[in-house]
Design a protein around this ligand. Structure first.
Ligand SMILES: Nc1ncnc2c1ncn2[C@@H]1O[C@H](COP(=O)(O)OP(=O)(O)OP(=O)(O)O)[C@@H](O)[C@H]1O
Ligand SMILES: [Mg+2]
Length: 331
């Protein structure tokens, strides 16, 4: 038996680049690592490549996408997995929690059918035991009357309850890595918080690694250890979550922080000028240069890269000088 370094990443994404069949680049030099029990937040505006990054991890990018770089799960290269290995990887190692539970649930199957099928398939639970295990899973995600819920159909459940069922189904696989793509955006604010708290609790209890995709920087900071800010298909800043509010160093991250409404803030709420772009729209220089009030000539001609090493990395030519002159981005 081989022994694993307990500190070794479970998921490691290295210099990932993805180009769609039509030649459009959607990911550019994306690198991050997640250890067991740790959570990473992928934050950024629409089109920045967050969902594509998760699809790359699951090896479900659109047909014809060319990738370079490497994704390893528990030291195994995902791109080198055979079809059979990929099926096993998706069935046992990694689980996806969808953005819109209603769109992912089969409307003509009961909650019980959905969960017991997942249990039988992924865990090999005997059918006659599956109902009891499924009801217990529902209790774990905060649905106390699990037995009654098993007989219900998705339309009989609120969005928040249905998303808890989705979380239960993901946990039924006993995965080691959870991928959550905007898991609460389809829910109202109070329900969002409840569902996120359940997800966070289950992740901690089971020592799972998680990648959480969200537009919401504050949410990411609250429930993850590390936040990676994406812009135009690349990571422009990656930092321990606790440092992001007080010590963000990329003008884009600072702009995101200033453009979010916070009760009691003293400075003025400013929106980021311009619109977000995708990787294939970025030219030679920094993808953010066109919207950045600090951009200089070199920003438009040379792409800045994340500096290697350290837990807080930023891809900005001017990060050092701006850190000295810019005021804190928080209220
Ligand atoms: N199936 C697809 N086929 C072709 N292009 C796609 C596909 N899915 C996404 N794209 C493109 O890839 C780029 C990155 O998209 P992605 O879905 O990763 O963004 P995102 O950060 O998840 O945005 P959002 O917050 O809107 O979900 C965008 O330019 C998008 O138009
Ligand atoms: Mg997305």
């Amino acid at each position: 038996m081989t022994t694993r370094d307990v500190d070794a990443p479970l998921l490691e994404v290295k210099a990932l680049r993805a180009e769609l069949a039509d030649g459009r680049t959607v990911l550019h030099d994306v690198s991050y690592a997640v250890r067991p029990g740790q959570a990473l937040g992928l934050v950024g505006e629409s089109g920045s490549g967050k969902s594509m990054s998760l699809k790359a991890v699951l090896a479900t990018l659109p047909d014809g996408t060319r990738t370079t770089g490497d994704i390893t799960f528990d030291t195994r290269s995902v791109s080198a997995m055979s079809r059979r290995e990929l099926r096993a990887y998706r069935a046992h190692d990694v689980a996806l929690i969808p953005q819109d539970p209603r769109a992912s649930a089969n409307p003509v199957r009961t909650v019980g059918d959905f969960l017991t099928e997942a249990l039988v398939r992924a865990r090999g639970t005997r059918r006659r035991d599956a109902d009891t295990v499924a009801a217990r899973l529902l209790v774990d995600v905060g649905i106390p009357d699990g037995e009654r819920r098993l007989a219900q159909y998705p339309h009989e459940l609120s969005g928040g309850l249905l998303q808890r069922v989705m979380i239960a189904a993901a946990l039924a696989m006993e995965p080691r890595l959870l991928l959550a793509d905007e898991p609460t955006t389809a829910l109202d604010v109070t329900t969002q918080q409840e569902v996120m708290a359940i997800l966070d609790e289950q992740r901690r209890d089971k020592h799972l690694a998680m990648v959480l995709v969200t537009h919401d920087l504050d949410l990411a900071v609250a429930v993850t250890d590390t936040v990676a800010v994406m812009y135009a298909g690349t990571i422009v800043e990656i930092a321990p979550s606790t440092e992001l509010h007080t010590a963000s160093r990329h003008p884009y991250t600072m702009g995101l922080l200033r453009s979010r409404p916070v009760i009691g803030r003293r400075d003025r709420l400013t929106s980021l000028p311009g619109r977000p772009i995708s990787a294939f729209e970025a030219g030679e220089g920094c993808g953010f240069a066109a919207r950045c009030s600090y951009a200089q000539d070199r920003c438009r001609t040379t792409r800045p890269v994340l500096q290697a090493g350290g837990t807080h990395q930023v891809a900005c030519h001017r990060a050092d000088e701006l850190a000295i002159t810019l005021p804190e981005a928080t209220p």
